[in-house]
Design a binder for this molecule. Structure first.
Ligand code: AMP
Length: 282
């Protein structure tokens, strides 16, 4: 695996090769990220990954400064996972005028709700950095995890609206044995919080069980919110939405739905989701 830090070195490394499959990440990689690389391998002869903790997607009081950075372990893991090229740019490489003065893109509608409402500007930062990375890597396809369900849908919208011609491939959610979705932020959890954290997934399963039984979805959402509060979470939302556009389902609409949740446990913000049509817990 080749590792490059500059745009010139990236361009050189990409020359005369087939268009790659691309896996953008913020590093501190775990089995979920390596699963994305494995999926990318099935779609192209060449896999490019990036590691970049993107300042423009963090709010002023969020964890940009303390976000875990583990470059050596990430590099070794990517090598083993079969990545061909790693792009690890500095902030001034991706934002030559600085993050405050950069050209931004904004995906309307989809980004106003759920995590967009809880984290104003977050998805503008995500769309902005992903467009920059796409412009540099020029991939044939890119893999995004369903763990960040809203992000995946935002990127799909961006690609379609700007006719980028990049296939967006969603990857299943990788979980620990107790159901907790793998996340770089799980390492912020204390031992006590880690024991409680799988409740988030469990409550999504409860909503799904209620949906399967034909129950009232608003009541199921409220029940899950209440159970999370009693377990010690401070929930932002538990919401059943239409998967494709994240709008609220019409009364009686039952197909293609997803339940999404975000909740704080101590200082750690966790997100998770479950598709209501799937038999497996993806
Ligand atoms: P991040 O480094 O957290 O920004 O994530 C980079 C990519 O990995 C995104 O497409 C995420 O959705 C994906 N990802 C993170 N955690 C998981 C997981 N547990 N399962 C599947 N994909 C994941």
């Amino acid at each position: 695996m080749q590792v490059v830090h500059t745009i010139a070195a990236l361009r050189q490394a990409l020359q005369a090769a087939d268009k790659p499959a691309f896996v953008p990440t913020m590093g501190n990689l775990h089995a979920g990220h390596y699963g994305l690389v494995a999926l990318a391998r099935r779609h192209a002869t060449r896999v490019v990954a990036s590691i970049f903790v993107n300042p423009t997607q963090f709010g002023p009081n969020e964890d940009f400064a303390r976000y875990p950075r583990t470059p050596e372990a990430d590099e070794a893991g990517l090598r083993e996972a079969g990545c061909d090229l790693l792009f690890q740019p500095a902030v001034e490489t991706l934002y030559p005028f600085g993050p405050e003065h950069c050209v931004r893109v904004r995906v309307p509608g989809l980004t106003d709700e759920l995590d967009g409402a809880a984290r104003p500007g977050h998805f503008d930062g995500v769309a902005t950095v992903v467009l920059r990375l796409f412009n540099l890597v020029r991939p044939d396809c890119a893999v995004f995890g369903r763990k960040d369900y809203q992000q995946w849908r935002v990127i799909e919208y961006l690609v379609r609206d700007l006719s980028l011609g990049i296939a967006i491939i969603p990857a299943p959610i990788a979980r620990d044995d107790d159901g907790l979705a793998l996340s770089s932020r799980n390492r912020y959890l204390s031992a006590g919080e880690r024991a409680v954290a799988p409740q988030l997934h469990r409550q999504l399963e409860t909503v799904r069980a209620s949906w399967r039984a034909g129950g009232d979805l608003a009541r199921a959402e409220a029940g899950a919110l209440d159970a999370l509060q009693r377990a010690g979470f401070v929930p932002d939302y538990v919401q059943v939405r239409r998967g494709r556009d994240l709008r609220r389902p019409e009364p009686g609409e039952r197909d293609g739905l997803v339940v999404l949740a975000a909740a704080r446990l101590g200082t750690t913000r966790l997100i998770d989701n479950l598709e209501l049509c799937a038999d497996q817990g993806v």
